[in-house]
Design a protein. Structure first.
Lengths: 369, 184
């Protein structure tokens, strides 16, 4: 028995119908394609979770037509997703140490934006389709024979983001080698807080093309993730969990800021200021001083306050960057990059945000006034 | 016909119980001078404030808590500790039919109750240590701030003297302001 799958246009504007020959796929292939489409189009999580929550027997291989459909969907869908996420915006980012403005395809040549998927991408999709991600215990180990490409890692990030609130993430988030990636850790510090810290955390692929361009598109998504995490923490009474997540946030953000600073791409940390703009806005209650658990020691309160305020603790570093940028002279190599950082800092109200963060840290400090 | 026995059980508990709490912070010293020079200025100021040097730290008792400062790193730790030699005892008399079993069970029950009392007392000691620590911090903060301000003022004077000739210096202890006029 075969399911039918028909290619569809991602462009929804009215155009003359394009007739393509019908393609036959197996139920497994149909399920895979629906899962992939859901991930790329942002289908409701409940529907996605339903697809990811059943175990089905996995075929030895896929038919050629199905592979072609997957390739097509990947190439169009990932591009469309990146554009929707932020690629369409006219923004400025550094190119060769100098700011360049425009949309993603105006800032970066098309040749540098190649999406190269390896067998890891197909293996990931087949594994997701065949597994009951809510009930299976162990993720299968990935062969190290083929290197994971940036596009593969991006696909994994998209999959995890699509399913992040469902029970399916429990298994998905532990799939090696993807879960060791630095951007992945940065995107989901809450989901990974209980896992052991990776032996090495790499951001290299996201600091050079095409990864850095993809990271530029994901800035708003990253900012929203961190806003969501901080908001969630503010509503929690499970202080040990808050402490655990805060500790992970602090480590991964510190590692990321180290990496972008060394690579001369401080502009890629813009999501921190974007998130801060929402969290520290007038009237925000995210960082209202909570009532201490009765009978708690100050040392314990200090530890859990640190978990709540992990995000704000990084602002001292951003303030140092601002001062360094102001001290950069016109004959210094990084003068243009420094001036660009300053302009972004001022555009986002960095000084005001830093002062507000410092005020909150002082208020929560056990030595507080 | 079974015979009833009257038993008397005595149980006691001796324990050294402790309550402690601590909190740390860092002194925010502006990097006006090299770190080692600032550390020396801070050490001098701390000794002026009644701190004694013990190894690589300066310590003093303050309102029942112990304050330890690492002048090199500018790290402050405030420790509140309290302990008590607890002696609890209890004695009960009961009429029972099975002496051996009843004695064992009664002894076990009394031991648990004494343990609970000891735990309760330990929690109270703990709370006392925390309350004492919290109370002391309110007065300790201004003391540390004054130390930092004085160290900063001294550092500024030294730095100014390195930059040029000091023509005029006005220090207002009340407002904490310092005005230095330099000829460079």
């Amino acid at each position: 028995m075969h399911g039918d799958a028909v290619e569809f246009e991602t462009d929804q504007t009215a155009r003359p119908a394009i007739h393509r020959p019908r393609v036959e796929v197996t139920p497994f292939e149909d399920r895979l394609l629906r899962l992939l489409t859901g991930m790329l189009r942002g289908t409701a999580e409940s529907q996605m979770a339903a697809l990811a929550g059943q175990r089905v027997s996995r075929p030895k291989c896929l038919h050629r037509d199905a592979v072609r459909l997957i390739e097509n969907r990947l190439s169009r869908g990932v591009v469309a997703l990146l554009c929707r996420a932020g690629g369409w915006k006219t923004e400025r980012f550094l190119r060769g140490g100098a700011p360049r403005g425009g949309s993603l395809w105006e800032r970066t040549t098309i040749g540098e934006l190649r999406l190269e998927f390896s067998r890891h991408a197909l293996e990931l999709l087949m594994w997701m389709t065949a597994s009951d991600l809510t009930a299976d215990r162990r993720p299968p180990r990935q062969s190290a024979a083929t290197a994971v490409t940036t596009a593969d890692q991006l696909l994994y990030l998209i999959a995890c983001h699509a399913l992040r609130h469902s029970a399916a993430t429990r298994l998905l988030f532990r799939r090696a080698p993807f879960c060791r990636d630095g951007l992945f850790q940065l995107m989901f510090p809450d989901a990974l807080a209980a896992e052991s810290w990776p032996k090495s955390l790499e951001f290299d692929r996201w600091l050079s093309e095409p990864g850095s361009s993809f990271l530029e598109c994901l800035q708003s998504l990253l900012a929203q993730r961190w806003v969501d995490i901080e908001t969630w923490k503010a509503e929690q009474w499970d202080w040990s969990r808050v402490q655990e997540i805060g500790h992970r946030q602090e480590r991964v953000l510190e590692a990321f800021l180290d990496a972008v600073h060394q690579a001369g791409r401080r502009d890629l940390s813009g999501f921190v200021l974007e998130a801060a703009g929402k969290l520290l806005s007038d009237g925000s209650t995210t960082y209202n001083l909570p009532q201490s658990p009765p009978g708690s020691r100050l040392i314990d309160r200090a530890a859990l306050y640190r978990g709540r305020l992990a995000f704000l603790h990084q602002f001292a570093r951003l303030r140092r960057w601002e001062r360094e940028a102001r001290n950069s002279a016109f004959y210094d190599e990084d003068y243009q990059a420094s001036q660009f950082w300053l302009s972004e800092w001022e555009r986002r109200g960095g000084t005001r945000l830093c002062e507000r963060a410092a005020g909150i840290l002082r208020e929560w400090e056990p030595f507080g006034e | 016909m079974s015979r009833a026995y009257r038993i008397r059980v005595r149980e006691s508990l001796q324990r050294l119980i402790r309550g402690s709490d601590r909190v740390g912070t860092e002194l925010e010293l502006l990097a006006i001078l090299p770190a080692d020079q600032l550390a020396r200025l801070l050490a001098v100021e701390l000794e002026r404030q009644g701190f004694d040097q013990e190894g690589d730290r300066h310590v003093r008792e303050f309102q029942g808590v112990r304050v330890e400062i690492d002048a090199t790193r500018g790290q402050v730790e405030v420790i509140s500790e309290t302990q008590e030699d607890l002696n609890l005892s209890d004695e009960r008399r009961e009429r029972v039919y099975d002496r051996r079993t009843a004695s064992r069970e009664l002894r076990e029950q009394m031991r648990k109750e004494l343990e609970q009392q000891a735990d309760q007392r330990e929690s109270e000691l703990q709370q006392q240590a925390t309350d004492r620590l919290e109370k002391s911090l309110r007065d300790l903060r201004p003391l540390l701030d004054r130390a930092v301000n004085r160290v900063t003022a001294e550092a500024l004077k030294i730095k100014a003297a390195q930059l040029g000739e000091i023509k005029e210096m006005v220090e207002d202890d009340e407002s904490g302001s310092l005005t230095i006029v330099l000829e460079v």
